[in-house]
Design a protein around this ligand. Structure first.
Ligand code: 4AD
Ligand code: MG
Length: 447
């Protein structure tokens, strides 16, 4: 069949109107007549003159309407513009160092597209109010900047794995078993049975490495932990990878690699957004240029004890201990070989020391806590069964998983990266809730 030719002209017309520049494009152009559309970000003025700051996804720009210089109906429209009114305008662009982004548009024509009632969000509103009005707060410059950085990070994760020979693969969200500990699993009634929301993709991901060898995903995970901390969501996005024939070092290398790739891309693409968030890029630079330190749990416990912290070998590191050790580094740090009792049933026992597992956490700098949880996977089916029983689980329910060890098992491992934890650290956020558009926590699940 002959291919139908689509001209460039047809394409651009059917996808967007060429008439309008983005504010950023207009600022780049620097002078001349421009048509813009967006929302009113701020407005003030007198009976003769109105200053409207226009906002779109790219930037903001000051637009001036002078009563004496525009048609009567244009002035009437300008008078009716309120904060968050959507509008189109045309005018002459010029440099103005007093304007917020250094340029100003002298308006010739203006039309209201969507009128706006009194916008509920004003200056100095409480965190709770902004959370209740999240659907409107997303328009703020702060949230826009965070969401752009988040988008860069999602892109960088896909790019990293795809360029390292990983296939994108999807596990089910509705799962027949739990995997990371029963206390943090959501149950779902399911036609007379009970299922669980995925805490991880892992148990249904491992079977797929026997087909694809290297796989990754970027998908929601769910945790029913009642933790009301600035690091816990009940629904979060999880970047996970699983790799056949891997060594423990390979998994550490990819965890370091993907974090570096994300930070590098944000530093390259999001200078302005970091500035809006008042995040100093210098704090992130070492992550790109330096190798992440690799240390062991045992070494960290000894160092923390020497520092006077009361902790004993065998207990998981708590928030305050992770925070204390992160102060020794200006990049994320890889902590390996945790005690077996504190980690999940699938982690491989260290052949050189059966008390610890070949698992690691990556701890972010600046008190952002654990961003990656990872391990080599236990290949010994009997150890897996024993571990499951130890956690009060019936190995029979894990038959599909244990089969992966029965039929041509290979050394393998993987990790899970909490994307909102990474976004929080990169953006320097106070609370993980701002790292996602509509956060879900124990107390916050609307709108
Ligand atoms: O350490 P976790 O529980 O590891 C796993 O789920 C493994 N199965 C991953 C794997 O090997 N494929 O979770 C991984 C990461 C944590 O390091 C953290 O960054 C994030 O997921 N995370 C959370 N993020 C936000 N809110 C929560 N409640 C989180 N729980 C875990
Ligand atoms: Mg963990």
């Amino acid at each position: 069949m002959p291919k139908k030719k689509i001209s460039k002209e047809t394409l651009s017309h059917s996808f967007h109107s060429k008439k309008f520049l983005s504010i950023q494009e207009a600022i780049k152009k620097g002078r001349g007549r421009v048509s813009l559309h967006g929302w009113c970000y701020r407005e003030r003025g007198s009976k003769e003159l109105r200053f409207l700051v226009l906002r779109d996804s790219s930037s903001i720009i000051q637009c001036v309407v002078e009563k004496g210089r525009v048609a009567e109906d244009v002035w009437r429209h300008a008078e009716r513009v309120r904060i968050e009114t959507s509008l189109e305008l045309r005018g002459m662009l010029k440099k103005d160092t007093r304007a917020p982004t250094g340029y100003e548009v002298i308006v010739e024509d203006l039309q209201i597209i969507g009128t706006c009632e009194n916008f509920p969000i004003q200056k100095d509103q409480s965190v709770e109010f902004l959370a209740d009005n999240r659907h409107l707060w997303l328009r703020s410059r702060r949230m826009t900047a965070i969401l752009k950085i988040r988008s860069t990070i999602f892109g960088a994760i896909h790019q990293y794995f795809r360029s390292h020979g990983f296939y994108e693969y999807q596990s089910p969200i509705l799962q027949p078993t739990q995997s990371e500990g029963g206390s943090s699993v959501f149950t779902v009634p399911y036609f007379g049975d009970t299922l669980f929301l995925a805490q991880t993709w892992q148990l249904q991901a491992e079977p797929a490495i026997f087909s694809l060898e290297r796989i990754y995903t970027l998908a929601p995970s769910f945790r029913a932990e009642k933790s009301k901390t600035s690091r816990h969501l009940t629904e979060y996005w999880h970047a996970e990878m699983e790799m056949a024939w891997s060594t423990f070092e390979d998994i550490q290398g990819h965890a370091e690699g993907v974090i570096k790739a994300c930070v590098k891309e944000v530093l390259r693409q999001n200078k302005e957004e970091l500035q809006i968030l008042e995040r100093d890029p210098k704090k992130l630079q070492p992550t790109v240029t330096k190798a992440f330190p690799r240390t062991t749990y045992t070494e960290m416990v000894e160092r923390l004890q020497k520092k006077g912290m009361a902790l004993s070998w065998g207990k998981d590191l708590r928030t305050e201990e992770e925070d204390a050790l992160s102060e020794w580094y200006d990049t994320p740090v890889i902590v390996t070989r945790y005690p077996k009792e504190v980690k999940a049933f699938y982690m491989k026992e260290d052949p050189e020391n059966p008390r610890v597992v070949l698992g690691f956490d990556v701890i972010a700098p600046e008190h952002y806590g654990e961003i990656v949880g990872a391990s080599q996977r236990e290949e010994d089916i009997h150890k897996l069964e024993e571990n499951l029983r130890g956690y009060g689980e019936d190995p029979k329910n894990y038959g599909f998983y244990l089969d992966t060890r029965r039929y041509g098992s290979v050394p393998h491992g993987g990790f899970g990266l909490g994307v909102e934890r990474l976004v929080s650290w990169i953006c320097g956020l106070e609370n993980i809730k701002d790292a996602i558009a509509f956060p879900r926590t124990v107390l916050r699940y609307r709108p």
